[in-house]
Design a protein around this ligand. Sequence first.
Ligand code: UTP
Length: 405
Amino acid sequence: MKYQTVRALLEEKGQAQLLRYYDELNAAQQAALLEEIGRVDWSVFSSHTAAQDAGEISPIRALRLSEIAARRQEFEEVGREAIRRGEVAAVVLAGGQGTRLGSSAPKGAFDIGLTRPVYIFELLVRTLQGVCERCGGRVPLLVMTSDKNDRETRAFFAEHDYFGYPKEDISFFVQDMAPATDFDGKILLEEKGKLALSPNGNGGWYASLLRAGLLPSLKARGVTWFNVFAVDNVLQKMADPAFIGATILSGASCGAKVVRKAYPEERVGVLCRKDGKPYVIEYYELSKEMANARDEEGELLYGCGVILNYLFHVEELERIVAKQLPVHIAKKKVVCLNERGEQQIPAAENAFKYETLILDMVRLMGDCLPFEVEREREFAPIKNATGVDSVESARVLLKQNGVEL
Ligand code: UTP
C-alpha cells in the first residue's frame, strides 16, 4: 500500500500514531511498516466480544470415569481401529508466548528435568509415539507455531532428531498475528518501524492449517479427526484410543476431555450448554449459585473443567471455518515504545491483546461429548514459574506418574 492510502486508512481507524516515526525510518523500513499495516486484520477490533454473547446456560452431563471404565475395552477397540486406519491427526498448539512463565523461548523447548534434560516437546512426542506403537498405526503430528517462535521451534525439533518420531509425520504451520493496543485501543509500536504484534489466540488453528496447505495431504492419508491439545500440559494424553472411540460411538462431531472441578470456585473453564449448544463458560462468567449447584448424585452441576484437549471431526470444521469467533480481550505485558520513543519492557500489564480461542469453536460444533479423565494422571499444566500450575507442581505430578526427572 502507498503512504497516502495507509495514512487515510489509519486516520479513519483513529490509529495515525503508527506513522509518528515514519520520517525517521530508511526507505526499506518505511516500506516494511506500510506493508505490516496493510496486513492488519481490522475485523478483530470490530468483532463481537465473548462477553457480549448472550444465551441461556444449562448443564451438560459428562461421560463419567465409572461409565468409561465399564466400557473401556469397547471404546479402545474403536479408537485403535481409527488410528490404524490413519483417521486421527494430532495438533499441538504451540503458538503461545508463555508470558506468565517469563521465557521467550518456545514453551515446548522448556527443560523440566532435574538430573537430565527432559523437554516438554519430548514428553509429548514420546506419549504419542507410545500410542502409535500400541495401536500399530501412524498419527501425523502438526505443530502450530507463531511468527515469534517458528524458526526456533523447527530448529529445536531438528536438533533433537524429532525425538525419534518419523520426520515425515511431523509438520509445522504458523498462526496469524494481531496487533496489541494500549488501554485506549491505540495500536502499539514495538519499534519505530514495527507494530507490536502477538499471536492471535489458539482459535485460528484450523484456518492457519488450511492456509498452510496441509489439509489435502492429511485427507489423502484418511484423516477425519483432529485431536487438538495444549503444549503446556506435560501429562497430556493425546490420540487416546478410549477418548476417540467414545466420541465416535457417541455420534458427536466433537469431544472434550474434562476433569471434575476440584471445588466450586476453581478457576477453570466449564463445559456446559448455551441455548442448547455445547459451550465453554469461563469461571468468572459462572454465578456463585451456578458454581455451587449440585445434581441428584451430589456432583457439581457445572463441574466439567476443560483441559484443552479436544477432538474435532473434519466435516464440521469445514462447515464452521468461515464463521467469525468472538474476540477475547486480555490484559498482557507487551514490549513497546514509550512516549519518548524508547523501547520499554513492562513490569506490569500494559496492553490489551485480541485473541480468538479454541473453546469458542466447541459452541459451533453440532454436539460435544465431555469425556471425564483423572486429573492426577492427565492434567499438569505449566503456566507459571512457581506456585499454582507451575514448573514445580508439574514436576510433582510427573514424578507421581513415574516419569524420571
Ligand atoms: P495460554 O492461553 O495459556 O497462553 O495458551 P500462553 O501464551 O501459553 O501463556 P500466557 O497466557 O502468555 O502466559 C494455551 C495453549 O494455547 C496455545 C499455547 O501455546 C498453549 O498451548 N496458544 C495460545 C497458541 O497456540 N496460540 C496463541 O495465540 C495462544
